[in-house]
Design a protein around this ligand. Structure first.
Ligand code: F6P
Length: 551
């Protein structure tokens, strides 16, 4: 019998339902006793990343059925379709070629190939701009050198670059400060402007469409502030660079052609850090480090494209996710990094994953009756242990976790780094093993508690255990390992989308809120009236807001 939210459109799903019925209560810690080689059997290394997926509710049969799911979803063909530029973003009739953006290996670059030569030409322009800014030859309107770089962009035109720059702090140029302005909230821009000297500030307006409300409004405000500060209109180009597919709009905004970098409709917004949108990365970490970032991603791409399915890291992570979302009703998935430089990773991958796989109809447009994308969230250890980990250890839900652990710190500080590593491993072990009531009781008695109180308290100290997690180790967080890590998650999301038979590359769901904001704005500002008869909540809130604004 099909349990709700389980996959039902692929033959392997029948087998998985049976396996789930049989092994629903499989105990991870017992699996280690049964198979002393379990760690070796359920781990692999690729592109500088080591994945341990032994602490999962899987055995050979389950893993093989899960991998069949990926096979039957057509993962091999889909990879080739993506690489050959087929329009796999079928609702928008677009190719999906972010992988091509990170091709570096000479043997992959055919100078006759139009797309690749365009990519290389833009990369070289990014290099030249970064050099001009870093060498001091790029000057502001009053002849001051550039000291601050401000990226104005939102969503994919912001999250990836922010994540990479936080992660690669040891590689930053010492002479530049960088900032991001994303939100329409005026506080964002105001706070950044307070930190910079406008005469030595370069604004990068990063927007694939160049029509995103937040970005355009922030860019207009920045331009106005600059002019009010004394910048003549004729020198605006000293302070603005645009990156977009919409070259008419960048021109209309007044950004000179030589300061405009193109991108293409085949780069999805959430994959755009690999395009010219990543300019701020090149400026701040330098071109050579940027190439290493691309190299790491390219290594993971090669692995994804060529490794057999049972040794393929993104595919393994994808099917494990499907196992928990569709068979254990997990709903959610956490990314917890034991390196504070990865503080922005979960927010970045949250967009990559949730904007891609938060879909309710399949490729044919029919409503799916199984769960699709998980709610992705996360944070940084050990702070997590003093916050939400309680719910994961003792709450009623199963939250699968990826623990991401760079081993060598750039700031090891005596034994602190070892403590950090020990805590990371302790979390995955505690999640798996838990604590029984008997053990809790014995510990309480040993510590001198009275029998009656020990019996009562032991129940509250029970930790169910059997909570799954993966551990991703890397030697150090470098441009290369960071590139590989991001590409790993991008491919995982792609494979899950294939299994769920959805389009992972569109995002129609974000449109309605955008559409409704304009008439509500008109109502708020009194420039037009909106018929809100059947929505007394929105009408009431508008009235409340207007009354607060007036008094
Ligand atoms: O939130 C929707 C979205 O289209 C994202 O996919 C994209 O990354 C973001 O808006 C920004 O879009 P743009 O780069 O066109 O300004």
């Amino acid at each position: 019998m099909k349990h709700s939210r389980q996959i039902d459109h692929l033959p392997a799903a029948i087998n998985l339902t049976k396996l789930h019925n049989k092994y629903a209560n499989i105990e991870i810690k017992h699996l280690f006793i049964e198979d002393p080689e379990r760690f070796a059997n359920y781990s692999l290394e690729a592109s500088g990343l080591f994945l341990d997926y032994s602490k999962h509710k899987i055995n050979e049969k389950i893993m093989s059925a899960l991998l069949s799911l990926a096979e039957q979803a057509g993962v091999e063909k889909a990879k080739q379709d993506m690489m050959s530029g087929d329009k796999i973003n079928f609702t928008e009739k677009r190719s999906v070629l972010h992988v091509t953006l990170r091709k570096l290996s000479k043997n992959n670059i055919n100078p006759g190939d139009e797309i690749l030569s365009k990519i290389v030409a833009v990369r070289e322009r990014m290099r030249d701009i970064a050099y001009a800014v870093n060498s001091g030859s790029w000057k502001g309107y009053s002849d001051k050198t550039i000291k601050h770089v401000v990226n104005i962009g939102i969503g994919g035109s912001y999250l990836g670059s922010k994540d990479v720059l936080s992660a690669l702090e040891p590689y930053h140029s010492a002479n530049l400060s960088y900032h991001f302005v994303s939100n329409i909230d005026p506080t964002d821009l105001t706070k950044v402007i307070a930190k910079v000297d406008l005469e030595s500030t370069l604004f990068i307006v990063a927007s694939k469409s160049f029509s995103t409300l937040e970005t355009i409004e922030n860019a207009k405000s920045a331009r106005k502030l600059l002019v009010n500060h004394g910048c003549p209109e004729s020198k605006i180009q000293n302070h603005f660079i645009a990156i977009s597919t919409n070259l008419e709009a960048t021109k209309a905004f007044g950004i000179a052609e030589e300061n405009t970098l193109p991108m293409w409709d085949w780069v999805g917004g959430r994959y755009s850090l690999w395009s010219a949108i990543g300019l701020i990365i090149v400026i701040i970490i330098g071109y050579d480090n940027y190439l290493s970032l691309l190299k790491g991603a390219e290594n993971m791409d090669e692995h994804f494209l060529n490794a057999p399915i049972e040794k393929n890291m993104p595919i393994i992570m994808a099917v494990l996710g499907v196992w928990y979302q569709n068979y254990f009703n997990s709903q959610t998935h956490a990314l917890i990094s034991y390196d504070s430089r990865l503080k922005d990773l979960s927010e970045h991958i949250q967009q990559v994953d949730m904007e891609s796989n938060g879909k309710q109809v399949n490729q044919q447009g029919n409503k799916v009756d199984y769960d699709t994308g998980a709610i992705i969230w996360g944070g940084v250890g050990t702070n997590d242990q003093h916050s939400y980990m309680q719910l994961i250890h003792q709450g009623t839900r199963t939250v699968p976790i990826d623990f991401i652990i760079p081993v060598k710190s750039f700031n090891p500080l005596e034994s602190q780094q070892q403590w950090l590593l020990a805590n990371a491993l302790a979390q995955s072990k505690a999640l798996m093993e838990g604590k029984t009531e008997d053990i809790a009781y014995d510990e309480l008695i040993d510590s001198g508690k009275q029998q009656q109180y020990a019996e009562y308290l032991a129940k509250h100290k029970v930790i169910a255990g059997n909570k799954p997690s993966s551990t991703i180790l890397m030697k150090q967080l470098t441009p290369e390992t960071m590139g590989a890590l991001i590409a790993l998650y991008e491919h995982k999301v792609f494979v899950q989308g294939l299994i769920w038979n959805i389009n992972s590359f569109d995002q129609w769901g974000v449109e309605l809120g955008k559409e409704l904001s304009s008439p509500i704005m008109e109502q708020l500002t009194g420039t037009a009236s909106l018929n809100l008869n059947a929505d007394s909540s929105t009408a009431g809130l508008i009235n409340m807001i207007n009354s607060y604004l007036k008094n």
